[in-house]
Ligand binder design. Sequence first.
Ligand SMILES: [Zn+2]
Length: 341
Amino acid sequence: MKLEEHPPFPWQQSMWGTLCSQFESQQLAHAFMISGSLGTGKKLFVREFAKFVMCMSPDKGLACGECRSCLFGEESGHPDISLIEVEDGSRDIKIEQIRGLSNFLSQTSHAGRAKIAIIADAHRMNFAAANALLKTLEEPTAHTYLFLVSHLPGSLPATIRSRCQKLFMPIPTAEVAIDWIKRHLADQEDPKAHALAARNCPLLALELAQSGGLENQIQFLQKLKQLSVGKTSIQATATLAVKLGEQAVIGYLLEVSTILIKYLLTNQQPSESESEYQDLLAWFRRDGVASAQMPRRLMQFYGLAVEAQRQLMSGSNPNPQLIMESLLWRWSQLSVLRQAA
Ligand SMILES: [Zn+2]
């Protein structure tokens, strides 16, 4: 995704301020864990901050964008900044990549300033890679900074997390999100609908707009409603899920569960922005007998969905259709169990 606008975006200002003042007082921590929801622009933010640290004439706490160092960053990548992420065709971040990173950090800075390594989607490091990183974290060298970026920080070993300073990227308010999305969407597209679909995570909203994800989400929700009332089969729903992308579909399932749990616990009607969940909620509430148990069952389902997400990301060659079928079977059982109660 190529944006005209550079971070810090409006909802990132406070974190930017924190890092800037640490840097300006020469107290920048050696390692950071930047977490927060998918689509809040964490990686873009960290790359821009790295650019700022390297900038030869920063202006009012921002990279100038014009010096040799800044231009370097725009084109081929700055020689003192290293970005590690899952390589194309690979499921995880591998030990060789982390060894390369340690090697990079141990060399002297080209520009005589600092060295910065960024690990995007850090939760996707495999076991060996995470272990190798731990060694690097235990022996920090002067003027080297490591940024781990992840929307699933809980999946990282506690030994790694405890060695990082933790910063949390917030989700903007609906107003801020819609305003920002509007500036980046084509005129004919509806910023409010995209903000809603992405739960106000602005970069996710842009991605949904580019990939047709909004339509996919609506399509899957329809199918899930049919499955809940027994009007379609588990296989047909799983086939659609694989077609739309298992990871995206598990994301929708986590979201639907979260929303249903919220309304079942508070006993309220969905807000206008979540009215598409109205009939699903009515189905889960329909005779009230098992309603006290329903949130708990949905929470268990949520746990299973997170586990399925891990399996799909693991390097063990999982069968996506099978994983989706098993997960959707559990979903269909939610209302069966409910009838029996
Ligand atoms: Zn500059």
